[in-house]
Design a protein around this ligand. Structure first.
Ligand code: FES
Length: 138
């Protein structure tokens, strides 16, 4: 059984260092006309349940967290906690994501606020799988 505890030490929490990394293959995704397209064949991080990547770039209007959820479905979130804008990480087994800061605000897969000092919900984005590609509409 998977744990819902996200292991982050006190320093990682203090400095807001999230567990989720940017994809190892930087060229695995593009952003054009409001759509992010991720080539799943180039993202080993997403082949397993609770695998995750974060997408960040100057031309991207928002930081995005992409996870393969507990249910095997892909989910895309605004990667910005509504408390103090820290990044989020998946919480294996809980169908939730958690802020990497000390205060650990939690949101569900629909972006709804669950707990912590966050001031509200986070944005989620529709994701479809099309011919081996993830298409995320911002
Ligand atoms: S920034 Fe997320 S709980 Fe403070």
């Amino acid at each position: 059984m998977q744990s819902t505890t996200l292991r982050r030490n006190i320093f990682q929490r203090l400095f807001g260092i999230c567990a989720t990394k940017q994809p190892s293959d930087e060229g695995c995704w593009t952003f054009k006309n409001g759509k992010i397209v991720v080539d799943l064949a180039r993202v080993p991080e997403l082949v397993r349940v609770n695998g995750a990547i974060r997408l960040e770039a100057k031309n991207l209007p928002e930081r995005i967290l992409v996870i393969q959820g507990d249910d095997g479905q892909y989910n895309a979130f605004q990667n910005r906690c509504t408390h103090a804008k820290r990044r989020l990480d998946p919480m294996p087994g809980a169908q939730q994501v958690q802020c990497c800061s000390i205060m650990k605000s939690i949101f569900d897969y629909k972006g709804k606020y669950v707990s912590g000092p966050a001031k509200g919900d986070i944005q989620i984005y529709p994701v479809i799988v099309d011919n081996g590609k993830l298409v995320i509409t911002l």
